[in-house]
Design a protein around this ligand. Structure first.
Ligand code: MRU
Length: 334
C-alpha cells in the first residue's frame, strides 16, 4: 500500500493512517484494527483535519460492521460513539452517516462505500483548491504571491492533496508562489510540525511565524492572501476553524488582504444557521501548560484551551468549495 500518498486508507483488515503525532521527526504509519484504536487516534490527533476525519468516520463504520456482521444495532451504537469522538468538524459525523447508509447491504457494502468516499475526497479537494487558486489570482495583483496560512490543510488533513494548502500547491506548480508564512499554530503546532513538513516536501519556500506575529506581518504588507480551511461552516457563512483563525481574519480585514476559506461541500452544515450554534471542542489544559512533555507553567496552572474559533462571515472574502465560490460566505438563505 502506498501509505506515503494517502494519509488514511484501508489495507486488508485494518485502517492505516500516517501517525501525525510522530511528525515531523518520523513519517510512520499505524494500523488500526478495532474501533477504540481509531477513536484514540482521533482524540490524540494522530489523524486530524476535517476531510481526513470524514474518511476516518466512514472507515470506522466499516471496521464496526466487520466486527459485528449480524448486529446492526451494535454497529449503529458504535458509529454514534465514533461520531462523538471530536465535536467540531462536521465531516466526522458526515463520513459516519455516508457509510451507515450501506449497512443494510452488509459489511462489504459499507467498506465499498467508505472507499468510494476516500476516492472522492482527493478528487473534490483537487477541484476546490484549483478553483480557489483561480480566485486568488483574480483577487491579488502582486506576483509572485506571498501567502499566510494557519494550522494544516494539506495532504495530511485530507485523504490526499489538501484544501487551502492544495490551492497554494496548485499555484506553486504554475510558478505563482514566492513564499508562505506558516503560523506555528499553538498549542499543538500543526503549522510548525505538519504544514512546514508538507511545504518542505513540495519544495515551496516558507517561513514559520509565531501566531502572535501574523497581524504584524499583515499590517506591514508582507502578505498578499490568507488561505485557511474549515471544520464546519454555518448557513450564514460563519466559519469554525483552528483557534487563531478569527484573529487572523480580523488582521487581514484591517490590512485589506483577501481572506479565503477552502473546504469541500461536506464541511457546509445545513443544520447550523450561524456560528454561535457550533460546538467548539475544549481540550486538556496540559496542551497549554506543557510543551513537548515539559511543564512551561507553574504546577497546577489552569488553562483555557478551545481547539477552534468562529470567524464571522463578514471577515471572510470568499468560501471556495469544489462546486461554488461564495463571496462573503453566505451559502444558503436561512
Ligand atoms: O484540531 P485539528 O488539527 O483537527 O484542526 C484542523 C483544522 O482546524 C483545519 O484547518 C481544518 O480541519 C481544515 S483541514 C483541510
Amino acid at each position: 500500500m502506498d501509505s506515503m500518498r494517502r494519509t488514511i486508507d484501508w489495507d486488508g483488515d485494518a485502517i492505516v493512517i500516517v501517525d501525525q503525532c510522530a511528525l515531523p521527526d518520523t513519517l510512520q504509519t499505524l494500523r488500526l484494527h478495532i474501533l477504540d484504536e481509531l477513536i484514540g487516534a482521533i482524540q490524540r490527533l494522530a489523524v486530524r483535519g476535517a476531510p481526513a476525519l470524514g474518511a476516518a468516520g466512514a472507515l470506522g463504520v466499516a471496521l464496526a460492521a466487520r466486527a459485528h456482521p449480524d448486529d446492526p444495532d451494535t454497529v449503529r451504537a458504535e458509529a454514534e460513539r465514533l461520531a462523538a469522538a471530536r465535536p467540531t468538524a462536521v465531516n466526522l459525523g458526515w463520513g459516519v452517516r455516508q457509510a451507515l447508509a450501506s449497512l443494510p447491504d452488509g459489511p462489504d457494502a459499507v467498506l465499498a462505500s467508505a472507499q468510494a468516499l476516500l476516492d472522492d475526497d482527493e478528487r473534490v479537494n483537487r477541484q476546490a483548491s484549483a478553483r480557489a487558486g483561480e480566485l486568488i489570482l483574480d483577487l491579488c495583483e502582486r506576483r509572485p504571491l506571498r501567502f499566510l496560512t494557519h494550522c494544516n490543510t494539506g495532504r495530511l488533513a485530507t485523504v490526499a492533496w489538501g484544501t487551502a494548502l492544495g490551492a497554494v500547491k496548485h499555484l506553486a506548480l504554475a510558478g505563482h508562489v514566492e513564499s508562505v508564512l506558516v503560523d506555528e499554530t499553538r498549542p499543538l503546532l500543526q503549522g510548525a510540525r505538519l504544514t512546514a513538513f508538507e511545504l518542505a516536501e513540495a519544495g515551496i519556500p516558507y517561513r514559520l511565524c509565531p501566531d502572535s506575529a501574523a497581524a504584524t506581518a499583515l499590517a506591514r504588507g508582507l502578505v498578499d492572501c490568507v488561505v485557511v480551511g474549515a471544520d464546519r461552516i454555518a448557513r450564514n457563512g460563519d466559519v469554525a476553524n483552528k483557534v487563531g483563525t478569527f484573529p487572523l481574519a480580523l488582521a487581514a480585514h484591517h490590512a485589506r488582504v483577501p481572506f479565503v476559506v477552502v473546504a469541500p461541500e461536506s464541511t457546509l452544515d445545513p443544520d447550523v444557521p450561524a456560528g454561535d450554534a457550533i460546538v467548539v471542542e475544549e481540550r486538556a489544559a496540559d496542551e497549554v501548560t506543557h510543551l513537548a512533555g515539559r511543564a512551561i507553567a507553574p504546577d497546577g496552572a489552569a488553562a483555557y484551551n478551545p481547539a477552534f474559533d468562529i470567524t464571522p462571515a463578514e471577515f471572510v472574502t470568499a468560501i471556495v468549495t469544489e462546486e461554488h465560490v461564495f463571496a462573503q460566505g453566505v451559502w444558503r438563505a436561512s
